[in-house]
Design a protein around this ligand. Sequence first.
Ligand SMILES: [Cu+2]
Length: 724
Amino acid sequence: MISRRTFLKYTGATTLTLFATGVGGLRKAIALALPGGSLDPTNIPQFVTPLLIPPVMPKAGRLRTRTGRSADYYEISMRQLQQQILPASLPPTTVWGYGAVNGAASRNALLLHNAPSLTIEADWNRPVRVKWINELVDANGNFLPHLLPVDPTLHWANPPGGTAGRDTRPMFMNGTPGRYTGPVPIVTHVHGAVGVGDESDGYAEAWYLPAANNIPAGFAKEGTWYGFFANKAAAGHGVTWGPGHAIFQYPNNQRASTIWYHDHTLGMTRLNVYAGPAGFYIIRGGPAGDGAVLDARSGLPAVLPGPAPRDGDKFPPNKTYYEIPIAIQDRSFNGNGSLFYPDTRAFFDDIAGPYLGTDAMGGHGGFAPLWNPEFFGNTIMVNGNTWPFHMVEQRRYRFRFLNGCQSRFLILDFNQIPGVEVWQIGNEGGFLAAPVNLTAANGNRLLLGLAERADVIVDFTNVPVGAYTLGNVGPDEPFGGGVPGVDFPVADPGTTGRVMQFQVTPLLAPDPTTPPQFLQLPAIVPLPPETVTRPLALIEKMGMGFDAAATTVDGPVEALLGTVAGGVAVDKLWMDPVTENPAVGATEVWEMYNTTGDAHPMHIHEVVFEVVNREGLVLDTVTGEPVQPFQLDGVVTLPEPWETGFKDTVIAYPGQVTRVRMQFKVPGQYVWHCHIVEHEDNEMMRPYRIGPLQPGQPIPAPMGGMRMAGTDEPVTDANDSQSA
Ligand SMILES: [Cu+2]
């Protein structure tokens, strides 16, 4: 496993400092072609497809909520479709995408399924209600199987387990199973939505199958929590869920921000998202919206680059957008245009067993047969096309970047664009405390962990007319912090080291926007002091296996989260009772002790948080791992300037504890997890609950998941054993 070996490389490094200062003197990367499907990425023409600017999702209607609020209503389905992701000279790709099925309340309604999907535009403090429909069926109404290899040995949705066995890790007594080919469960999560009721959060066990004609007898059609949440949604919002859909409602009363929506099904998120379904969701207005940004020279409202796409705009557009959301994702392809995703564990590290499932000899190994601990695509896809180009004028643009990759940390590199100036003004939770000049302060680079967003002003005013590449100097392997080209080889400069091309053209009209250094961003209101500090652990579980030549090799079995008791990390599985149970209204600091060799982008649902600081852990001089009981080394790093304000995802570096502070307001059952989606799908996700147990809520069975001995705990749920 890369992480164990790379761990030693990073030991003792204060990764953040090195990253921030390590601008010059890059070592030439030794490019190794990333393995993938049968389409060689070097044979894909680059910069021949114009960047798609996602239009705005049409509304199905407007309505009044139970509490008398006027709200927007959408009906959005997930479908299978063909999309020209590769350049037009290559075959189209079968993907899944969300799209509106009812545009009754929009002009020029675009009933268009695409991956990524159309942008949901929400007004601050105006609720949005969405009917999310699973339409993964064929023309005859029969279910469509997954496009990608679903590993049925994980703790996953497991519809074939029926009501008793859904949302468990099934046991296989007659050998190691192949991929699951049944109907596909989905459940949509709006990533970054704050204050959402748990019934609307897309809980991983609230999935549902399509309303297909041929669901096999005995299959569970819904996840464990679907029925409970359906009742809660009926009582709270007066909505009725039915076969193949759920109706969620989002309050949008958080700071204006760039959030996004994607699938979140238990044990399948990596595959459901890789198949395509994701889109932007932008909340505008309110006290921390664009209108609250001032020009420091005059004290008057500032002018930010715009417009962005609006509801009712023509598509293709007949106007120029200066504010553009940009989703960056990695993918691999086969020669026929199909998506490639590995269908065997051996793809990752040659481990060929022993796999889960009892074989003819009675053997039973610990490795999932199909799951890969990480996946790195060998192409870069931007807004649904590999390596697109975009024509820009010599002026300022506003880009809302999203790292939507599987396992790949991105370090966007603007150094191949002469004269450019890059300012970050926002992150996941909206505007920063102050604009950050990334050109001056960070070597023209932008680090984006998985699921992180950056609201950025890119100033092309002084860039000579010409075509320039936006680069990526993040690694083609797990990230552990450090300096690109020094601490790790940068991405292959011919493929994954390239993101897209900007074709700079002369200015068509004077740029009316406020220079970023004069932007006075809305004030950040700090959270109250915490009353609880909760130490938590990030853990990688290794195992011994063998390769095809029967040589013994070690590799990761799963990634875990856990608690810290007596200074020592305690493994917890998805099936274990809730251990993080903040009170309603409580402010807590969560301390994430990273015992692994890699950085993990940690996401907490339902809240945004302040990054408090990071502190080094004393490492064992032989193994390089943090000594336990944990000892702090006293080297405290304050948040980076681009981590000010509020975030929903934070990079937890190896060898450090990362501290975040948040306030919990809405009671209910939520999750926190790593956003390396391969990790999330194999145990690096935990339920957490705000407030007391809810009457009638599902309780994990004592043997839920049928885990073998050593991990079971009493059924009693939740205790505040960590609370102060
Ligand atoms: Cu992780």
